[in-house]
Ligand binder design. Structure first.
Ligand SMILES: Nc1ncnc2c1ncn2[C@@H]1O[C@H](COP(=O)(O)OP(=O)(O)OP(=O)(O)O)[C@@H](O)[C@H]1O
Length: 690
């Protein structure tokens, strides 16, 4: 119930999750009535259990005679208002009630509504719990399920045609058409809104569960029984509880939500965690970064790569690793819009065409710890003869040297934990295994060429380059592979002892130092990597991986944990993605100025209901006419629309002359129908994107 116009984040979340989790179990259910846009008219979500009996009388042909009985139910909302009168002008298929009667009762300013239920009304509480007096009717008799009641429901039937909710003495409430023992409606209805079970006992819940998988996406479950019978069994026998748990397709698998009270929840619970969002946002910004255009500072386009941005943190490139100066750029491909990392080797003259073909073998290697090689080409666009290697781009990555040799505020680099060293060792050993298996050698296990792309995630960053540059000096691959082991040992030793690799010509003192800080096992492994083998056949990448099995396990567990966490976040984003598409559809329909030469297209037929639905979702106001900006309400409504559930809502026209009762299921069909009309007249390739 929107008693208060406050729209704090926790309030949104509370409303949202309150709907999700507490409504079914908590006997104190706040009324979900709210106010229509303009004039503060109440719009009420009608529980299906209350409306179900309308089906017979309030068919789409708008019979106006009898009015079904509708009674408060302790676990659903309470419907205030008076007897509905059908408006003959309503669009076909909708229940339309005369606003003059229902609206006047529903208006909080009317005295009648104060007696029944209005914004000030406290939440409904069954009298069994605490014996509190019912608030929505002065003389209302407490709710008692049929089985426990001694009175008959004849009075209910009697009143049903005339009064929807009144302050006169109530007979005991007995749910209509429900048999709590069988958990099915006695009239055989499969209305998803029917309350076919006692929500307070698990046995009833079990009875109410479908025997076969329920497909929430299906519009017509019976139709599916033919074609998709093995997958989606016919739902005839299934009477859904109040709403099936998956009723609005919300993704429930998240971390850290379990033990929180609704008021403790934040609106951020609906989105990615702030730290992850910030991290991804920064990466995205880095990827989109461009060089401010300055006269005289213009980087050339290289083939189809444009918008080059230097990634080097040093202003002058040295010739250290490759024997020639190299520069690293980020660039965007005109072919596919993707961003790549380009490394220019300055002043290299290609004398043998075969040399550049060495890149082809590297293109085939895809490994999580190797930066993928895309292509290589020569260029004169820098006014010299340069060789350019294109690799996949990892925004905001740092070399291990930049990461570990950066000094902290005490002027010292931070010590590295043994766990991190093992993790590096495991990842790079795995990369070596893939490379050596392809009969190649990495040749770039260097503290300046291994990049850190995420937390503790390393990748070999400059593979293939030395194969092209040193093509002429063809050396035996076995020899180069043995050098890889040595380079790997030296890299770990360098990080562990904070010694630059150039000072490790004799690694023994550093090894001694390492032995004093880290475990003998780590020292032994590094010694093995640095040693010259008696027999090269015994020193292989497979061997290394085998010896690292215990630490592989740790890395694997950490990786799986991260994956679980990311999958949970992905699930939440799935919701957002679905809702964006739904809002895009609604946006194309609502308030459309003209379609098919009809300037009133958006105002007529089912589009009119969709317009009122838009008001209901986005333009609610409270009793004082202040906007109710309730994200929980918006998301909940859109989810229900996307799932097309049977729950029904009141929609009131802006002039309050008519009120519609329509289910989300019908609304969903209306959206689909209106949108497919638009698609028929639309530019096909663009329309396919929905
Ligand atoms: N594939 C890549 N994606 C994104 N950034 C990268 C990639 N490869 C390297 N970088 C980044 O580019 C910058 C320069 O890399 P480079 O290999 O030139 O390091 P360096 O320390 O300058 O080495 P050198 O002294 O040999 O030039 C580093 O910050 C590095 O993290």
């Amino acid at each position: 119930m929107l008693e208060s116009p406050e729209a704090s984040a926790s309030y949104w979340a509370q409303r949202f999750f309150g709907d999700l989790e507490t409504s079914a179990r908590n006997p104190t259910i706040p009324c979900r009535s709210s106010f229509s846009p303009h004039l503060g008219t109440r719009i009420t979500v009608i529980p299906n259990s209350l409306i179900q009996n309308q089906e017979s009388d309030m068919s789409p042909t708008h019979k106006s005679s009898s009015v079904p009985p509708r009674w408060p139910s302790p676990w659903k909302d309470i419907l205030p208002g008076s007897s509905p009168i059908v408006n003959q002008e309503s669009p076909a298929g909708l229940y339309n009630y005369n606003a003059s009667s229902s609206v006047s009762h529903a208006n909080p300013s009317s005295s009648g509504s104060k007696k029944s239920l209005n914004v000030e009304s406290p939440s409904f509480t069954p009298t069994q719990l605490g014996g509190k007096k019912s608030n929505f009717s002065t003389n209302a008799t407490p709710f008692t399920p049929r089985g426990a009641s001694t009175s008959t429901n004849s009075t209910l039937q009697q009143d049903a045609g005339t009064t929807l909710f009144k302050s006169a003495p109530f007979p005991d409430f007995a749910p209509q058409n429900y048999d709590l023992n069988t958990a099915t409606t006695t009239n055989g209805s499969t209305d998803g809104g029917s309350l076919g079970y006692d929500p307070f006992t698990m046995s009833s819940v079990n009875q109410a569960l479908p025997s076969a998988q329920y497909n929430p996406y299906a519009d017509d479950h019976n139709a599916l029984a033919g074609a998709g019978a093995p997958y989606y069994a016919a739902q005839n026998s299934y009477t859904a509880p109040t709403q099936p748990l998956q009723y609005h397709l919300y993704y429930p698998i998240t971390t850290g939500r379990e033990n929180m009270q609704p008021y403790q929840r934040q609106v951020y619970d609906l989105f990615l965690p702030e730290s992850l969002r910030e991290d991804l946002q920064k990466r995205s910004e880095a990827t989109r970064q461009v060089l401010p255009s300055q006269p005289g500072v213009q980087l050339p386009n290289l083939q189809h790569y444009h918008s080059l941005v230097p990634l080097d943190t040093k202003l002058r490139s040295t010739a250290s690793t490759f024997g020639l100066p190299s520069w690293v750029f980020k660039a965007t491909s005109r072919k596919n819009g993707n961003t790549f990392c380009l490394r220019r080797i300055e002043g290299f003259r290609l004398t043998n065409e075969e040399a550049i073909k060495a890149v082809n073998s590297w293109k085939k290697i895809t490994h999580p710890n190797i930066v993928t090689t895309i292509e290589a080409f020569t260029t004169r666009d820098f006014n010299d003869s340069s060789l350019v290697f294109v690799h996949s781009y990892h925004p905001l990555s740092k070399t291990l040297s930049e990461h570990h040799f950066a000094t902290n505020r005490f002027g010292r680099p931070a010590p590295v934990s043994e766990r991190v060293l093992w993790s590096y060792l495991v990842q790079l050993a795995s990369a070596l295994k893939a490379i050596h298996k392809a009969k190649l050698a990495a040749r770039c296990i260097d503290i300046n060429k291994v990049i850190l792309t995420e937390k503790n995630r390393v990748r070999l960053g400059a593979c293939s380059i030395l194969d092209v540059l040193n093509f002429e000096a063809s050396r035996r691959i076995e020899e180069l592979q043995q050098e890889d082991f040595y380079s790997l040992g030296r890299l770990i030793l360098s990080i562990a002892t904070n010694t630059p690799p150039r000072n490790l010509a004799d690694p023994r003192p550093a090894l001694e130092q390492l032995g004093r800080t880290y475990s003998p096992e780590l020292k032994e492994r590094i010694s093995w990597l640095l040693s010259t083998p008696q027999n090269v056949a015994t020193k292989t990448a497979e061997h290394l991986v085998y010896d690292l099995a215990q630490h592989m396990d740790e890395t694997l567990v950490a990786s799986f944990n991260t994956q679980d966490e990311v999958t949970a976040h992905l699930g939440r984003e799935l919701e957002n993605g679905r809702l964006v598409r739904l809002m895009a559809k609604l946006g194309t329909i609502n308030e459309r100025p003209e379609f098919d030469n009809d300037p009133n297209w958006a105002e007529t037929s089912e589009r009119y209901t969709l317009k009122l639905f838009r008001d209901y979702v986005f333009h609610q106001v409270d009793a004082q006419g202040n906007p109710v900006v309730d994200l929980g309400h918006i998301i909940s409504c859109l989810n229900k629309l996307d799932a097309g559930i049977d729950e029904r809502i009141y929609l009131t026209s802006r002039d309050h002359q008519s009120t519609f009762v329509v289910s989300y299921k019908e609304l969903k069909k209306q959206v689909q129908s209106a949108f497919s009309d638009l698609l028929k007249g639309a530019n096909k390739p663009q329309a396919n994107r929905y």
